[in-house]
Design a protein around this ligand. Structure first.
Ligand SMILES: O=C(O)CCC(=O)C(=O)O
Length: 264
């Protein structure tokens, strides 16, 4: 599976400009042999939480249509990062996935809201657990930013067969060390690929973002990593068989002693 991870600066509160920008990145990137493109968290709005009610999508419309059109046009699967999304009782931070035929195949709304960003004041948490989905016959999952601090979520996805876990984020630069360490830990402990897309730049709220989008293999090695301050597209081929070799060599899933854990 060949992956393209997009890292860019989000225009604060400017949905139209951000969509236009992503369309341009698709146009200017050679996606000929790419299977799956990954976008970051809240990429249509940034953390413009004061205005999030009016900037949010309405049950993922119209952004779903935009992504479906791009997926078909370039014949790529798209992990569409996440967007502010009004559904039911409030605004969710929702990630979604569309396959290369333009079919909508998965949706997950962030369950862990971030106190440090005041997210619980403006957003509602997702009510469903992160589930595994399939693209091109491979099982995978997607989680959103702060979710990275909750290893249970990753373990559940891995136990359900996920071989790639995507992390879509707006992770601040001041906690770059946590970003890198936790992403590598999640890859090592779950022996799966971790593919993470983060944004760059400073937003009017004063938060500066870490960039450092990254692709990590199931042995925990960094295959590709972006800088902290430049727009970039990371391209990498993932060998899905490598997961089996690593799991055979270090059989942690066979060595688990679930009787001794709170969560099993
Ligand atoms: O956990 C962190 O340090 C950052 C989380 C975050 O910024 C987010 O979830 O958007």
């Amino acid at each position: 599976m060949k992956i393209a991870v997009l890292q860019f600066e989000v225009e604060f509160g400017d949905v139209e400009a951000n969509i236009e920008h992503v369309e341009k990145v698709f146009l200017n990137t050679n996606l000929d042999n790419i299977d799956t493109v990954v976008l970051p968290e809240m990429w249509t709005t940034g953390y413009d939480l004061e205005n999030i009610q009016k900037l949010a999508m309405d049950n993922l419309e119209p952004i779903k249509g935009v992504i479906q059109r791009l997926a078909k046009k370039y014949s790529v699967n798209i992990i569409a990062g996440s967007v502010a999304n009004t559904k039911g009782e409030g605004v969710l931070n929702t990630s979604f996935v569309v396959n290369r035929d333009g079919e909508f195949i998965h949706e997950y709304s962030k369950i862990h809201l971030v106190p440090m960003l005041n997210e619980p004041k403006y957003l509602v948490g997702g009510k469903n657990k992160a589930e595994v989905f399939e693209l091109d016959g491979e099982k995978m999952g997607v989680v959103i930013c702060y979710d990275l601090r909750f290893p249970e979520l990753f373990r559940d996805l891995a136990l359900d067969g996920a071989k790639i876990i995507f992390v879509v984020a707006e992770w601040p630069i001041e906690r770059t060390a946590h970003w890198l360490t936790l992403l590598q830990a999640r890859a090592i402990e779950n022996q799966c690929y971790i593919v993470a897309s983060n944004i760059i730049g400073k937003q009017p709220t004063g938060t500066e973002f870490a960039g450092k989008s990254i692709i990590i293999n199931p042995f925990g090695e960094i295959m590709n990593q972006a800088t902290s301050n430049e727009e970039e597209v990371l391209l990498e081929q993932l060998d899905m068989e490598y997961i089996n070799r690593i799991r055979k060599k270090i059989p942690i899933f066979k060595s688990r002693r679930t009787n001794y854990y709170k969560f099993n």
